[in-house]
Design a protein around this ligand. Sequence first.
Ligand code: SAM
Length: 423
Amino acid sequence: MNVTLKNYRTLDFDVINIQEEWNKPTERENRMHCIHAYPAKFPAFITTMAIQKAEQKNIKVDTVADIFCGCGTVAFEAVRSGKNFWGCDINPVATLIAKVKSQVYNDAILEEYFDEIVSSFKTSIADKNNIIYANERVKYWFDEAQIDDLLKLRSAIYRNVKNEYYLRFFLCAFSNILKSCSRWLTKSIKPQIDPDKCPKNVIAAFSAQVKMMRIANSENKMGGLGNADIHCLNFLEAKIENPFVDLVITSPPYVTSYEYADLHQLSTLWLEYAEDFRTLRKGSIGSLYHAMNFTENVERLNNTAGNIVSQMNLIDKRKARSIAQYYIDMQCTIKKVHTMLNVGGACFFVIGNTEYKGIKIDNAKHLTECLLTEGFSEIEVDRRKISNKILTPYRDVNGKFASIKGCSRKVYSEEFVIFAKKI
Ligand SMILES: C[S@@+](CC[C@H](N)C(=O)[O-])C[C@H]1O[C@@H](n2cnc3c(N)ncnc32)[C@H](O)[C@@H]1O
């Protein structure tokens, strides 16, 4: 569906035809996409399709960017297609995974390092003076025997793997076993203790994880490999003054849905990215804890956002504040995307709408208005079905994740693919 300044206000995005081609992949996802769990991971085939679509439109794609790169789905697929990649994410756990995924490792070296780590683990004893034992959060999630083993394993990794590329591989493996080795309720999208859980044995979980990652790496034949340049930073603060990208492919965070910093807290604690994981909420777009001056924000909102926020402000002031901040952040995002794109380049956004207490939170329309305001052209909006979807959580009035059953809002099962070109 082509969208112009004239028709976007009257257009009901929810009746745009579903485009079958965006629904299902034609081939099985590469195993590298499964090396680490990540909330709201993007379907990999969307990247390859977006690159193909852009090239069909005669856009010469040398460099692809994902400004909210998460666990590196776009990074992996772009590099695999022989493109150079630039990406960023505010969360260090995300960029750790993304960097590992866009790298190919020598399996013989992985095996050698792995054997050294395991033998070092077996012959070492836990240093009980380590500050990790005093960390209340660590004690909350892990019992002492698990802390002993995780500490021994982490020390064995650092002691034996001096090469930074290979170190990342093993830290990524370590990071992905933390939930299963803790009391964290399995597959939960909110941090919650499972009182009945029997945490996995640390070295057995690590061995299985490394085995899986080595198989994925061996299957990963990246012909015509591009380069990946991945940064841990707040995109809103990224210094981008000149264009350097041909195609942006990204899925922005949703407003007050996932608290990425909270969901990655075990990795943040063990990999020492922050003393208190809550500091990583700062700057995170869509976080319930990231809202600045409401009055100033409201003045800067575009038409679509202004309408949504004023309706929300009548029924839920806290929610209105975070939604206003979210929309301001997205407006700045689109401005920066325009700056980073070469003339003739394009962007693809994958985004869903939702509803809260009867108010439609029309993210797709807001994003389209931002694109029109920045002067993008040839805007096309397609709708796709979300398959195999884990329901995206939504926070209730108290900031708690709402349970799906009996909840007052509609969960989106469709989302939009929005294309726009810089002229
Ligand atoms: C929907 S997820 C992207 C998932 C990604 N496409 C993938 O396949 O893993 C949105 C991402 O935006 C990141 N994010 C939130 N605020 C950000 C900011 N200010 N700058 C950069 N990244 C941010 C989150 O950490 C999260 O990883």
